[in-house]
Design a protein around this ligand. Structure first.
Ligand SMILES: Cc1ncc(COP(=O)(O)O)c(C=O)c1O
Length: 365
């Protein structure tokens, strides 16, 4: 049994071969087709494909105008990429606490940490379960702060009936190999404002407008760049993998949700184990299945010995010296750190695998 799986559909193989045979392997029509298919399949708009989730976050911060000395509020319960993206703009990450019940950033802690210097907040939908976006949106609006969702885990999630990717000014997705939609490596930014959309498209490719800057007499595009641009575009090979995988995305997400439902039903009253809290107003993308357990080391040993892989996935990032070391005031984060562990959750699991996970956990540790 694997902890994560990487899905490459037969359609991806076919489309990649087509792209390779065409030799147009850099950015082109296939990227455009992938963006359109992503929007249609997920109910999104203004999707800009890039080469990683980290690029998606960094590009969003750049287009949002976050710069040196600005503060950006983030949770510590994330992957280090979230913090690096803030540093890449010369800005200062300010760590807010999470809710112990979900692992997601706590709006009350955001409200406490907001200052004159706060320019943006990055809620991270841990494991694919949406943060409290209504409360976060209200706090951000009251202080003129931009919301950039780190939805690296949350493609396919919904909040109040709206797909994640349509709620805040910017949403960053990751299509890295173990994500439930992969392009090998890749990502996308979705934004609300048309001005941001054209800016994202320009700045992902050296701040040059591929659609409108025409090639001049001497053979190079005519452009005058007034600000920094990046080499963050997605290429056609990656887009072909994604386009093929999108055809089965909804079915695979349904399977993940089915396994999530079985786990929640079968593990709801296991002594020493708490399920993460779920509310009816939102739907998880079910990228991870986290539980909070007593005697975690014993739990890990028991499951691994039985052939069930488990992982903490990411440890709090504030502890890294680049961010200045562990924050003492993140009380709920510290509680979660002691107990969180994730069980395998992906569409590659058989019914026997799921049964084995359930029975091993239920037999105690
Ligand atoms: C929460 C979070 N944000 C950002 C990223 C970065 O995504 P990528 O690896 O596509 O750059 C990841 C990657 O796993 C992640 O887990």
């Amino acid at each position: 049994m694997e902890f994560f799986n990487t899905h490459v559909s037969p359609e991806s193989v076919r489309l990649v071969s087509e792209v390779l045979r065409s030799t147009w392997i850099s950015e082109g029509e296939t990227v455009r087709r992938f963006e359109t298919a992503l929007e249609k399949t997920l109910g999104l708009s203004n999707a800009v494909a890039v080469n990683s989730g980290t690029s998606a976050l960094h590009l969003s911060l750049a287009v949002a105008g976050v710069g040196p000395e600005d503060e950006v509020i983030i949770p510590a319960q994330t992957f280090i990429a979230t913090g690096y993206a803030v540093l890449m703009q010369g800005a200062v990450p300010v760590f807010a606490d999470i809710k112990y019940e979900t692992g997601n950033i706590d709006p009350d802690s955001i409200a406490e940490k907001i200052s004159e210097k706060t320019k943006a907040v990055i809620p991270v939908h841990w494991g694919g379960y949406p943060c409290d976006m209504k409360e976060i949106g209200e706090i951000a609006a009251a202080h003129g702060v931009t919301v950039i969702e780190d939805a690296a885990h949350a493609l396919g999630a919904a909040y109040n009936g709206r797909p994640v990717g349509t709620i805040s000014e910017f949403t960053a997705f990751s299509f890295q190999a173990i994500k439930h939609l992969t392009t090998g490596d890749g990502g996308a930014v979705c934004c609300k404002r048309d001005g941001d959309y054209s800016e994202l498209k320009k700045r992902r490719w050296f701040n040059i407008d591929r659609e409108h800057d025409k090639t001049g007499f001497l053979g190079e595009r005519e452009y005058d760049s007034g600000k920094i641009g990046f080499k963050y575009h997605m290429n056609n090979v990656a887009a072909a993998i994604g386009l093929g995988n999108l055809t089965s995305f909804e079915a695979r997400l349904r399977k993940r949700r089915g396994i999530d439902t079985v786990y929640r039903r079968m593990l709801s009253s296991v002594p020493g184990l708490e399920l993460l809290k779920r509310e009816d107003d939102r739907e998880s993308a079910c990228w991870l299945f986290g539980v909070l357990v007593e005697k975690r080391d014993d739990f890990i040993n028991k499951l691994r010995a039985a052939g069930v892989p488990v992982s903490v996935v990411h440890k709090r990032i504030d502890k890294n010296s680049i961010f200045g070391g562990m924050r003492e005031d993140l009380v709920q984060q510290a509680r979660l750190d002691e107990k969180i562990i994730h069980l395998p959750l992906h569409e590659g699991l058989s019914e026997e695998d799921v049964e084995k996970v359930v029975q091993t956990v239920r037999s105690g540790w």
